[in-house]
Design a protein around this ligand. Structure first.
Ligand code: HEC
Ligand code: HEC
Length: 253
């Protein structure tokens, strides 16, 4: 069990290096789920094992924790879903169960799961965002947003896909406002964070096939950047890019 938990943690930290057949992006699980998934302001995974199976409005059904991990693999990492019975998936689940120990099933551990909500009256401005990005973020994430491993890409072919929560302005603003710049988290105003989120999400990124079926019963949040039932795309980027190519070969599953 200990070996499986440790392998799971290694997969969260070194995702593209460890899973080249499944992930070709320059983003790892801990790029967003910081401090090995335990940081309260960056979508904590602590207790996740006790929160699933869970109804997910985006998919309109009850999903398992393995399904939820694969949503992040296919959308946040622009990758290929891990087989539910693979050793890699079992190791990730073992680690998530480990950081969920003593969390009772069905009891809320925090007011919200995921990223903390921001004031939804704020709207980002891409021009102000660009100025702030140049002054504060380029030093680590590069002017073309491509990052430099282990610093993740914020847009382009090796970043998160259009179907990721981070591609929504308010979700990205929450992450940025609480966690970035990495060297001085909390130094930006909420408006700064929306401006930066608007700038980052105005760039092209990998497509997420099937995204139009999200929220099929309606009720998509305002800032979803693609059209779904009863919702028109919010500030969509100019182009969507092909999915990054993984090293999957014929005969591999
Ligand atoms: C680009 C950012 C990003 C990356 C990379 C990412 N995630 Fe996530 N993940 C999120 C966000 C954001 C949420 C919460 C959704 C929200 O708040 O709307 C989430 C939610 C989850 C949840 C559900 C937590 C709960 O209790 O509801 C799990 C489990 C999860 N991620 C696992 C993973 C794993 C494992 C990886 C790597 C294989 C990964 N994520 C990579 C952004 C990311
Ligand atoms: C000192 C280097 C540094 C600076 C400066 C910095 N970041 Fe980051 N950023 C990181 C690292 C490293 C991560 C991955 C998190 C981790 O490993 O803990 C990250 C992760 C992110 C992510 C989530 C992962 C992804 O690919 O989407 C976003 C969004 C982000 N940064 C935006 C910004 C913005 C906006 C700024 C400027 C306000 C900024 N960062 C400044 C180092 C930096």
């Amino acid at each position: 069990m200990g070996a499986s938990i440790r392998r799971g943690l290694a997969l969260l930290r070194f995702t593209p290096e460890s899973l080249p057949k499944f992930v070709a992006s320059n983003v790892r699980c801990t790029s967003c789920h910081q401090n090995d998934g335990t940081k309260a302001t960056s979508a904590p995974l602590t207790g996740a094992h006790a929160r699933f199976p869970k109804y997910m409005p985006r998919s309109g059904k009850v999903i398992s924790l393995a399904d939820r991990v694969n949503y992040c693999v296919t959308r946040s990492l622009s990758g290929v879903a891990l087989p539910a019975d693979s050793r890699e998936m079992n190791d990730i689940l073992a680690y998530l169960a480990f950081i969920s120990r003593d969390v009772p099933v069905g009891r809320k551990t925090a007011a919200v799961d995921g990223l903390l909500p921001m004031k939804d009256t704020l709207v980002g401005d891409t021009l102000r965002g660009r100025t702030l990005f140049t002054a504060t973020c380029v030093i680590c994430h590069q002017a073309d947003g491509s990052g430099k491993s282990p610093i993740p890409a914020l847009w382009g072919p090796r970043s998160y896909s259009i179907g990721a929560s981070m591609a929504r302005q308010e979700r990205a603003a929450s992450f940025i406002s609480h966690n970035m710049p990495q060297s001085a988290p909390g130094s930006l105003t909420p408006q700064n964070a929306f401006d930066l989120a608007a700038y980052i999400n105005s760039h092209s990124r990998p497509d997420s096939p099937g995204k139009e079926h999200d929220w099929s019963a309606g009720g998509a949040p305002r800032d979803v950047p693609y059209a779904t039932t009863g919702h028109s795309a919010f500030n969509p980027p100019p182009h969507l890019l092909p999915r990054p190519t993984t090293h999957k070969t014929d005969g591999d599953r």
